[in-house]
Write a protein of this length. Structure first.
Length: 193
């Protein structure tokens, strides 16, 4: 009963941060790796397999909470929500939660009650974290593609809210949207102008 946890969306200027928790099935899906190392087609195929065969949940923290908590606090909350969701789904707590990175929500979120271990580079080392990285990235990418339909100037269907040259140019021209993180530079500087 080991859950893998990873997040997507710590660095972008816009959109939520999304975490996923995954309990792998047996046999586990083959070809799991860090979502950033996989092609879009391979990620999509693995996401479908993971969702069909394994147990999973996502935790989402929106822009207002990112600005209120800071991105680190928001990431810890998203991870906590993902694990809570997976526990509720399967009706049981894990024996351990493996978290990608160098910190876990243990001691940082009062709701966190599980034994946790941080693994630097875990999304490439631990298959359950790899699966979580795929679910989180695919889920967040879809959210940003949907948001791009309402906010067409920013290229979110391509850049997913990251500060690419086209996104920054649109931000200078059109200003921030409600989905932009007001606590992130350069959005915060534009709000001061």
């Amino acid at each position: 009963m080991i859950f893998g946890v990873d997040e997507a969306g710590r660095g972008p200027l816009a959109g939520p941060v999304v975490a996923a928790a995954v309990l792998l099935c047996k046999p586990r899906p083959s070809g799991l790796d860090d979502s950033k190392k996989l092609s879009a087609a391979r990620r999509a195929a693995l996401e479908e397999t993971i969702k069909r065969r394994c147990q999973w949940a996502v935790g989402i923290v929106d822009v207002d909470d990112i600005d209120r908590l800071n991105i680190f606090g928001a990431t810890m909350l998203a991870m906590t929500r993902a694990v809570e969701g997976l526990c509720a789904k399967i009706g049981s707590d894990p024996t351990e939660v493996l978290v990608d990175g160098n910190m876990t929500p243990a001691g940082r979120r009062s709701e966190w009650r599980w034994n946790a271990r941080a693994i630097v580079g875990g999304d490439a080392l631990e298959p359950c974290i790899s699966a979580a990285s795929i679910i989180a990235k695919e889920h967040r990418d879809r959210m940003m593609c949907e948001a791009a339909q309402q906010h067409q100037h920013y290229g979110w269907e391509r850049n997913k809210g990251y500060g690419t040259p086209d996104h920054l140019a649109a931000l200078r021209l059109h200003g921030p949207t409600p989905l932009h993180r007001k606590s992130f530079a350069p959005v915060s500087q534009m709000l001061l102008l």
